[in-house]
Design a protein around this ligand. Structure first.
Ligand SMILES: [Zn+2]
Length: 427
């Protein structure tokens, strides 16, 4: 039987928090079996006091000065952790076994994709991911700017978004691939094209002005004579784009799978390398030296294998999966900073935790994987004080899962409670 008084109290809370923002100095005391702050081991008997959407105090429940009017939320059997961060998502894409990437770009209306993205964002938040770095709209123009605005205004529920808008590619070096279509057909493109330093810099400035938080560049593509992946932008073009981004305080994410492109992007000053499957030991060492972070997207090759290469989950890894595993293991051994990013959108939104399960399968401890999706990811975003940790002053982004995820990462599949900015979205 439903607990009506609790349900009513919850709906009143939700109504109150959606109507009144700063005017309501609401406080909540959250207690669970364990609290994992992002550092060290989980603490039994701890609690978190949230006031005005931020963490006010964290510690043993008796040590916290709780305001008399604070709402108490008890989460027995659960572990409270910082809200999770996925550094590589595409809310405007859905799995390619439903619709191929080309067909999503060419045949789906931007309006349809935008509404779907609203659902994707809601599913993501329910799964405990409270922040996404969304790396490109893939042909949906500036739709991410509107989605981010709607989430921030509470029109639709969703994670905090850091967006890249259209992403930048070298002219004729992305999809839908020209060679797959009649040359006299005009088809929409998956990103913004640029050639030469002037156009490349202009694209950075245009996307920045229209709302990009990050600049996403595609550093290689299947442009080889035999269809193999090759670097696209020159070092000069990459350097110019990175400089134009950094001067405005924006960081740069570069998609690069080939060793040559990863090296060029690192030398140009990129902040993160996406995928990085083909990186050599020397290149990973260069990344470590330069402080370039690595976002491995291990789930993407598994998903592609399932859709197009008859891969069965848990079965023999495909060559692409083996390459991804090799790169991940090598990067870890060398000590490159690794941030959690899954390329979700290639696979189902709301199942982002698959990436953390992969990281653990390939050698990380559950705590290391959790850190890459919290403290480490927040550091990569340059938001270490606000996100990724349960410390006083941080935004109250929190998740409670059944069991202890620092012992068993699969606990992330059992999300029981989600809070973003002090507002409860799942209970
Ligand atoms: Zn991607």
């Amino acid at each position: 039987m439903p607990n009506w008084s609790r349900t009513l109290a919850l709906s009143l809370t939700l109504i109150a928090s959606s109507c009144a923002h700063a005017a309501d100095p609401r406080s909540l005391l959250l207690s669970a079996d364990r609290v994992w702050t992002g550092e060290g081991k989980p603490h039994a008997g701890w609690a978190v006091l949230v006031v005005d959407g931020r963490v006010k105090e964290v510690g043993p429940v008796d040590s916290i000065t709780t305001p008399a009017d604070a709402e108490r939320v008890d989460l027995p059997g659960k572990t409270l952790i910082p809200g999770l961060i996925d550094l590589h998502s595409h809310v405007l894409l859905h799995p390619y076994n439903e619709t191929t990437w080309d067909d999503q770009v060419i045949k789906e209306q931007v309006e349809y994709r935008t509404l779907l993205a609203g659902k994707h964002a809601a599913d993501t938040l329910q799964a405990g991911f409270t922040t996404l770095r969304d790396l490109g709209t893939e042909g949906a123009n500036y739709a991410d700017v509107g989605i981010k605005r709607a989430i921030e205004q509470g029109v639709v529920p969703g994670p905090r978004l850091l967006i890249a808008t259209k992403a930048i590619v070298a002219s004729y070096s992305y999809g839908p691939a020209e060679r797959s279509y009649r040359p006299d057909m005009e088809i929409p493109y998956g990103a913004q094209e640029a050639t030469g330093v002037d156009e490349a810099v202009k694209a950075v400035r245009e996307q920045s002005a229209r709302g990009a938080d990050w600049i996403k560049i595609y550093g290689d593509y299947r442009t080889g004579v035999d269809g193999s992946s090759r670097p696209t932008f020159t070092l000069e073009e990459l350097k110019a784009m990175v400089e134009a981004s950094h001067i405005t305080g924006r960081k740069v994410a570069v998609h690069a799978s080939t060793d040559a492109a990863i090296r060029l992007a690192t030398l140009a000053g990129a902040d993160t390398i996406e995928h990085g499957y083909g990186a050599s030991e020397a290149t990973f060492r260069l990344m470590k030296e330069r402080g370039t972070a690595y976002v491995p997207t291990l789930t993407a090759p598994e998903a592609i294998g399932e859709y197009f290469q008859k891969h069965v989950r848990g079965g023999t890894p495909t060559p692409a999966m083996q390459e991804a595993a090799r790169a991940f293991t090598l990067a870890r051994r060398i000590g490159v900073v690794i941030g959690n990013g899954s390329d979700v959108g290639v696979f189902t939104h709301g199942t982002n935790a698959r990436e953390l399960e992969w990281m653990v399968r390939l050698g990380m401890t559950p705590t290391e994987a959790l850190r890459s999706a919290t403290v480490v990811a927040a550091g990569i975003l340059g938001k270490g004080k606000e996100l990724g940790q349960l410390v006083p002053g941080a935004l109250a982004d929190m998740v409670a899962v059944e069991g202890d995820p620092t012992a068993d990462i699969a606990a992330l599949r059992k999300v029981a409670f989600v809070m973003k900015g002090g507002k409860v979205y799942r209970r």
